[in-house]
Design a protein around this ligand. Sequence first.
Ligand code: ARG
Length: 601
Amino acid sequence: MKIIPELEKVIQIVLNKMEIGGGVNVSFEHPADSQHGDWSTNIALTLFKQQNKFSSPRALADSMSEEIKKSLPNFVSKVEVAGPGFINFYLSEHYLMSEMVVLLENRAQLKDQQNTGKKAIVEFSSPNIAKPFTIGHLRSSIIGWSLANLLEETGYEVFRDNHLGDWGTQFGKQIYALKHLGGGSLEKNIEKLSKSDNPVKDLVALYVEFHKVAEEKPEMEDEARAIFKKLEDGDDEMRQLWQKCIDWSFVEFNRIYDLLNISFTENNGRGYGESYFEDKMDVVVSELESKAKNTKGISYVTGNNGAKLVNFSEESKLPPLMILKSDGATLYATRDLATDKWRLSKYGSDILIINEVGAEQSLYFQQIYALEKALGWVKDGQRVHVGHGMYRFKEGKMSTRKGNVIWLEDVLNEAKSKAAGLASDKKVLSEEEIEKVAFGALKWSDLKRSARLDVAFDWDEIMTMQGNSGPYLQYTYVRCQSILNKAQNLDTTKYSDLLVNLKSYSRNTQRENLTPAEIDLLRNLSTYFEVVEKSAREYAPHHLATYLFGLAQTFNQFYGNTQVIGGAEEVEKFRLALVATTSLVLKRGLHLLGIEVVEKM
Ligand code: ARG
């Protein structure tokens, strides 16, 4: 049941009766201190100024609460006025348990949300060919994957796309280097790269060499430009070498995606990279030429060096966006526009399009979205940039040109060796389990706080069993499972006897019969779906992570002071149901974040 609309109805009826504040918006929040109930509204404080019957907000709140009590809905057990006039609602134990029934019956999956008809493209990861897969791309992969899961869970049909940086003038340099540098010939370079288990490293070395040599021989830059021109014109040799760069890069990318358990649905799993839109940019350019003259908010102009730009209206405060360089060459932006135009025609004009890309590209995406909106392609809210902050390393900022690179695979390997060291002595984890813990820890570190924030990379914080970490969450799940495994004759695949017991227990139990730890756990569980929906709606997986951490803490408190197995049968089964539901919610919630649980630790 959706609590907020129900509570809102209650308040509206009361206000109607009291003839105050007709049609006003009522908002609810969880009180910071759970001792103050489950939901709270400040409506009496907001309405106080609009009336003259009551002498204080508190008096108004008291009178409202008396009215509410006259016809208390069955999902509320108590109403109370607190502080200057907050009205606090306590949900009934019967309601809390009925929510637990829903969770248990649905294995913590939001089943009833399916087939809403809504569609979304979640574009994430988007590394660049012949360049290292950076920590930024890792963050994008992790956050984007989770966003896609959350949208799917709340009823979207989701297309997972990878907007590879596989086009641009740098391929002129890359191919030049392949042909002339590396201390050998083209044949030798190709042979070496084809055998290498990290061809991107070799490609980067060639690229770095290009820039070094070109400092002495600037004419190389012209040759590189000529090569790119040939590539654009479809020259066979250049096309083949370019394709090789892509395939070599995918040796590394696929290894990383496999480790992270991440995949894409579009273009046979490779995603539509920038090059796919090479022949789809003309239509955009002509649309700009024809439309922008009489489109509100933008103008399409020729700069004094001959480049083509979009200018935005003054009040938008956006800088101009370059569409074509002075030599007519297209840019990153031109390809993004072509990508979106094509997407809207392929997937439907209403599709939600999310770009998970570093926050440093925020201004750029504002320009793109403003332009797309001005051209009438999209409506407000249809284009979303989920930007992530940077990971800061002690080693400082990375630069491909200078070869100052932190290799992601080194980070992943280090995560694995640290994860292996976490398990208690008696337990030997399999390779697969170690990976789940290692990458779960890295993913959690990205998802536990708002994506926008910069993070100082800290192994001690990431790889620990205590506190807000992936291993702590996985360990809590293991705890749940070990209790369930101890319970004899428990059919954990169906949970049917737990459900039967839960339903009768809920009919026969008063709040006084429940321990504070049980109530806390019940309350926590009852908000799970609400949190999943909020995380999806706000494109913010960290809400879910924060919730799961709170749930794990509440569970561990419950575990610390509750004897689950061994009491009266109906109590034992009720407590087992609490454990089983917690375990299901942890597993499903972590899965939505892209983190898998382990059975031992
Ligand atoms: N390849 C780009 C980079 O590494 C990210 C692409 C993001 N997506 C987009 N539609 N522009 O910075």
